[in-house]
Ligand binder design. Sequence first.
Ligand code: HEM
Ligand code: NAG
Ligand code: NAG
Ligand code: NAG
Ligand code: NAG
Ligand code: NAG
Length: 336
Amino acid sequence: MFLFLIFIINILLLTSSSSDLRPGFYSNTCPNAEIIVRDVMKRALIREPRSVASIMRFQFHDCFVNGCDASMLLDDTPSMLGEKLALSNINSLRSFEVIDEVKEALEKACPGVVSCADIIIMASRDAVALTGGPNWEVRLGRLDSLTASQDNSSNIMPSPRSNATTLINLFQKYNLSVKDLVALSGSHSIGKGRCFSIMFRLYNQSGSGKPDPAIDPGFRNELNKLCPLDVDQNVTGNLDSTPVIFDNQYFKDLVAGRGFLNSDQTLFTFPQTREFVSFYSRDQTEFFKAFVEGMLKMGDLQSDRPGEVRRNCRVVNPRPAHFLSEHKMQNNDKSM
Ligand code: HEM
Ligand SMILES: *[C@@H]1O[C@H](CO)[C@@H](O)[C@H](O)[C@H]1NC(C)=O
Ligand SMILES: *[C@@H]1O[C@H](CO)[C@@H](O)[C@H](O)[C@H]1NC(C)=O
Ligand SMILES: *[C@@H]1O[C@H](CO)[C@@H](O)[C@H](O)[C@H]1NC(C)=O
Ligand SMILES: *[C@@H]1O[C@H](CO)[C@@H](O)[C@H](O)[C@H]1NC(C)=O
Ligand SMILES: *[C@@H]1O[C@H](CO)[C@@H](O)[C@H](O)[C@H]1NC(C)=O
């Protein structure tokens, strides 16, 4: 009987692979799931327009670290440092409470059914659709991770100082093309960044003691005013000049030398990415098409670890004590 229980738990923990992801995954088990997510996102947008951008960023920070498994939503525990305080996330990722709100609404409608990893994917899509960008059908059926690692995130997520070559190489590791990289960077069409992320390029690019020469001088004056040397570096600026509308203004700004982050502007400076930036600055329809493709590909990045559907996105589900001590056995059983 005990072995049988372990076997059942094992089945519940089976990892899904990307072939399992499909549209309408919850059509029987939680038919209103996507409507519920979108309703909460609409309310969040009205309450604070920036919050939907902050949520959309979650897809990137989740999917690049061991696949799209909501590992980044786990709070730290005494025995586990999660991703929230990782280098690129600390004092930066925000609006976790909106995910909590979505999860609460879903648990009310269909307890224990919709994963937090899928919530991130649906909510990111909704953030784009609700701010004037494209709408698309998402593939669902992900599971939530049982662990998270601060180091995993710190080792992977790119710095705002990155140049296009570094970014191309990073995205390549996930089978994301140069085109995907440029299109996905168009996510910076909405949202804000901190002075902290641009101080070096305003005052000491690459240790030169000088500003990044790629910044348009007029724009540099604006940024210097926003972020003087003695500024509180939590002060924020817009990532493009239309920060609550998802459009191709971001690319127009890059062409004009008015990109906020170094990692943005470098996409126009470097020849490998420049043509895509020019193209999308002229053709919003092509940008939208490529962006959707990129989001779908990024959303297909899978974890190869066991998972579950968390009841609360911030903590793994409680387990019976015997299960924890049998964890080794559970791993061995995987070959069955
Ligand atoms: C290509 C490499 C990327 C780099 C180096 C990068 C870096 C950054 C940085 C430094 C910020 C500002 C953080 C702060 O100052 O606190 C930011 C914000 C943001 N990023 Fe990225 N990012 C990248 C790609 C992406 C992707 C692929 C997405 C989503 C598909 C994304 C979505 C966002 C959004 C929406 C914001 C604004 C968030 C808010 O307002 O709270 N980024 N990113
Ligand atoms: C991710 O974290 C795990 C557990 O801390 C560690 O074993 C693994 O080497 C890490 N991988 C990377 C790429 O940092
Ligand atoms: C891009 O950044 C990497 C890592 O910092 C650096 O090694 C490389 O020289 C840079 N490439 C160019 C062309 O500046
Ligand atoms: C990228 O594609 C290769 C070849 O199809 C595959 O072996 C590899 O697992 C893929 N990598 C990722 C992160 O999906
Ligand atoms: C600029 O950066 C270099 C290298 O990191 C450093 O040695 C130098 O002190 C910095 N200069 C200023 C004015 O911060
Ligand atoms: C930004 O604010 C956080 C707390 O909200 C604080 O811990 C941090 O030191 C501040 N960062 C900077 C660069 O001022």
